[in-house]
Each structure stands twice: as structure tokens, then as C-alpha cells.
Write a protein that binds this ligand. Structure first.
Ligand SMILES: [Fe+2]
Ligand SMILES: [Fe+2]
Length: 247
């Protein structure tokens, strides 16, 4: 019995793929078939797989049904987190999704799930991704303040959502946490953030995140042990479609 995680499947069985990288880069070629094979090889029905956001390119639930069916057919229990591209999933309608896919898929937002004695908590998260203004040597000289203000607003909302998830688990007596974010916990300019502070406040054992695609972005945030918490990037292309064993 194991807990695994991976993010950013970006499925498009019924919709148009909107990332040029996904059409051209080798790592994305037949990634749906390769990932399914890897899951069938590694996971059993006793295992749990957390899918850390960006499941589908579909613009609404009707355009995501086949993508969600593909995920539902993978071995084990599947828990999904919201990514920035998951337009089918309105945060306020998470209960409806949980009812619709009861017994097949679980949607993590404002609630929590358990794995052994761990509470699995999480939210999409957010970090400021620019635009940054660089000098000729690539040094950051400034950034778009309007974009930064927008980012701060999203970050405040996401922190409340994450706290809701921790508190829901704590009310039920849980004190061992694994924290999931879709976005990296810090921007490329930060060493720590309000998300890493929250992970520390609740004593999370691990922080698992995704969203960063392509070799040049795999090391944009915290990796490994930082202030006694283990941080791991699990975007699918980074893992070459092999689910990461968390516990
Ligand atoms: Fe993504
Ligand atoms: Fe993303």
C-alpha cells in the first residue's frame, strides 16, 4: 500500500491542446499511454494516487468527461487537486464533483482526505510569475506591479483555502499532514513564502507541487529538505510520467 503523486497530465481526449510544447517536445509524445502503463506496472488497487492539478485542457465538464474517465480507470484510489487550467472545476462546486464521481474520483479543495494516519490537505496555491524586467545580463531590475498586485490577491485567497483544508483535518483530530499545491510554493525570486510558512505552522511533513514544465523551469522553487520539510516537484514531464512515491 503506497501513496503516489504526479501532476499536469494535460489530457485532451475531447478538447484542443493549447500548449505548443505539448505538441512538439518528445517527452509529451504518447504520454497518456506511457503514464497509464507506468501506473499499471507500479500501482495496485490498494494504492492512492494524488493528481496535482492541470488534468485537462477541456473548458467545461462536458469537455473533460473522457479525460476524467481515463483517470478513473487507473489503478487505485485517485485524489485530484485543482490546477490553473482546470476550468471544469469551480472551487465552490467541489462538493458537487465529489457527489458526481463518488467512489471513483475524490476532489481535494477546502476539505481533506486521509492516507494511513496522514491528512492530505491542499489547494491550487499561487506564486508571482512576472513579467519581470531583466537587464542585459538577465538580472531582475523590476517587475509589473499591476501583475504583482493581482498575484497577491490570488495568494491571499489561496492561503485562506489552504488553511480551511488544514483546519478541517485538525477539527477531526489530525496532526500529521502532507500538503499539496499545484503551483510551486515560492516564486523564482523567493527563498520562502506564506505557503512555506503555513506548511511550517502546521508541521507538514512534505510539500508536493507541480505546474513547472520544461527543463529550464524544474528548479524554480524549493527542492529537497528545507527547514525540516521535504519539498518535491512532481510535474509529469519532470517525472517522465512515472508517479512519485510519497510514502
Ligand atoms: Fe501544467
Ligand atoms: Fe499549471
Amino acid at each position: 500500500m503506497g501513496l503516489y503523486a504526479i501532476g499536469d497530465l494535460h489530457l485532451h481526449f475531447q478538447s484542443e491542446c493549447r500548449a505548443p510544447m505539448q505538441r512538439t517536445e518528445r517527452v509529451w509524445r504518447n504520454h497518456e499511454a506511457l503514464f497509464r502503463q507506468n501506473c499499471q506496472r507500479l500501482l495496485t488497487e490498494e494504492d492512492t494516487l494524488v493528481l496535482v492539478g492541470d488534468h485537462s485542457w477541456g473548458k467545461n465538464l462536458a469537455q473533460c468527461e473522457k479525460d476524467l474517465e481515463y483517470i478513473a480507470a487507473l489503478p487505485g484510489r485517485k485524489i485530484l487537486l485543482r490546477g490553473n487550467h482546470d476550468r471544469f472545476w469551480d472551487a465552490g462546486k467541489t462538493e458537487k464533483l465529489n457527489a458526481l464521481y463518488a467512489g471513483r474520483l475524490s476532489f481535494l479543495q477546502g476539505n481533506y482526505f486521509t492516507y494511513r494516519d496522514y491528512a492530505l490537505v491542499g489547494t491550487k496555491g499561487y506564486c508571482f510569475e512576472g513579467p519581470f524586467y531583466l537587464d542585459r545580463r538577465g538580472k531582475v531590475m523590476g517587475w509589473d506591479e499591476e501583475a504583482e498586485a493581482k498575484a497577491e490577491k490570488i495568494i491571499r485567497r489561496e492561503l485562506l483555502r489552504l488553511r480551511d483544508s488544514f483546519e478541517a483535518a485538525r477539527r477531526d483530530g489530525h496532526n500529521r499532514f502532507l500538503m499539496f499545491l499545484h503551483y510551486p510554493p515560492t516564486s523564482i525570486l523567493e527563498r520562502r513564502s506564506a505557503f512555506t510558512d503555513l506548511a511550517e505552522e502546521y508541521g507538514a511533513h512534505q510539500v508536493i507541487y507541480a505546474h513547472s514544465h520544461g527543463e529550464t523551469r524544474f528548479h524554480n522553487s524549493i527542492e529537497g529538505n528545507f527547514r525540516s520539510i521535504e519539498y518535491t516537484l512532481v510535474s509529469g514531464d519532470c517525472l517522465r510520467w512515472v508517479p512519485h512515491r510519497v510514502v
